[in-house]
Ligand binder design. Structure first.
Ligand SMILES: Nc1ncnc2c1ncn2[C@@H]1O[C@H](COP(=O)(O)OP(=O)(O)OP(=O)(O)O)[C@@H](O)[C@H]1O
Length: 235
């Protein structure tokens, strides 16, 4: 019997600064699967992630995460978030940061093993803001996973990573899904979506324009061609 979705977004509408950013966005993410949300710059992906965590309230529509409304404390404890930028961690060293984040959870992953898997040197004395973009992303990813979440929201998880780090992140993300975690990722990298995603949702101007499995979507054209055919260039 198919399990119920870990995430259901239905008819989301969000207006920001007088602009209709989400315009009836509906999609789902299943446990044990990687779900990719693709869309051009400004399509509303990050806004969607903010709504899913309850950081931003939608003007209309509903979101259910792990069977609970977006932002419900019992759901948030079981959700891992990797935001696009975490300037707030500015002066903290990698080891301090991950150990602190682990301490917030009842059953965290062992920080040393997680850091090794993601390629983070816990003995680094360098503060977060002085790390390379790729190193910062690796720490952001570790921070999203340390609490053993059942649903993981990854906003452009491999942006800025070199090919080695990227492959390491991909393997980790695949293993998470294989272990039953629901993974939602946003990305601009078509190869990433094609390699990782069990289901792809392509959005444009705040709503889904086409979705399917990678084999379904790429029967007659590459994923990039499908993306280009269904989306509009950012103004
Ligand atoms: N607080 C705000 N006030 C006004 N407009 C906003 C606000 N936040 C976001 N927007 C606008 O909403 C649109 C969608 O932004 P969002 O960051 O969700 O897009 P995105 O799909 O994640 O883009 P990218 O791929 O470039 O990261 C953009 O045009 C952005 O300028």
């Amino acid at each position: 019997m198919p399990s119920s979705p870990a995430l259901i977004s239905s008819g989301l509408e969000v207006t920001l600064g007088g602009r209709d950013v989400l315009r009836g966005l509906s999609f789902e993410a299943q446990p044990g699967a990687v779900t990719a949300l693709l869309g051009p710059n400004g399509a509303g992906k990050t806004t969607t992630v903010r709504v899913l965590t309850g950081l931003l309230r939608a003007d209309a529509g509903t979101v259910t995460t792990l069977g609970l409304p977006a932002g419900h404390p019992d759901a948030l404890a079981r959700i891992g978030l990797m935001p696009q930028a975490t300037g707030a961690w500015s002066g903290v060293r990698p080891g301090e940061l991950l150990r602190y984040l682990a301490s917030l959870y009842a059953h965290p992953q062992p920080v040393e093993a997680l850091a090794e898997r993601i390629g983070i040197d816990l003995s680094l004395k360098t503060p977060y803001r002085r790390l390379s973009g790729g190193q910062q992303q690796a720490i952001n990813l570790a921070g999203a996973l340390v609490g053993r979440p059942e649903l993981v929201l990854l906003d452009e998880p491999t942006a800025g990573m070199d090919p080695h780090a990227r492959r390491r992140a991909w393997a980790l993300i695949r293993d998470l899904a294989d272990a039953g975690v629901a993974v939602l990722l946003t990305t601009h990298a078509m190869d990433e979506a094609a390699e990782l995603a069990d289901h792809v949702w392509i959005m444009d101007a705040g709503r889904v324009v086409i979705d399917g499995t990678v084999p379904d979507l790429t029967r007659d054209a590459s994923l990039e061609d499908v993306f280009l055919a269904h989306t509009t260039e950012a103004p």
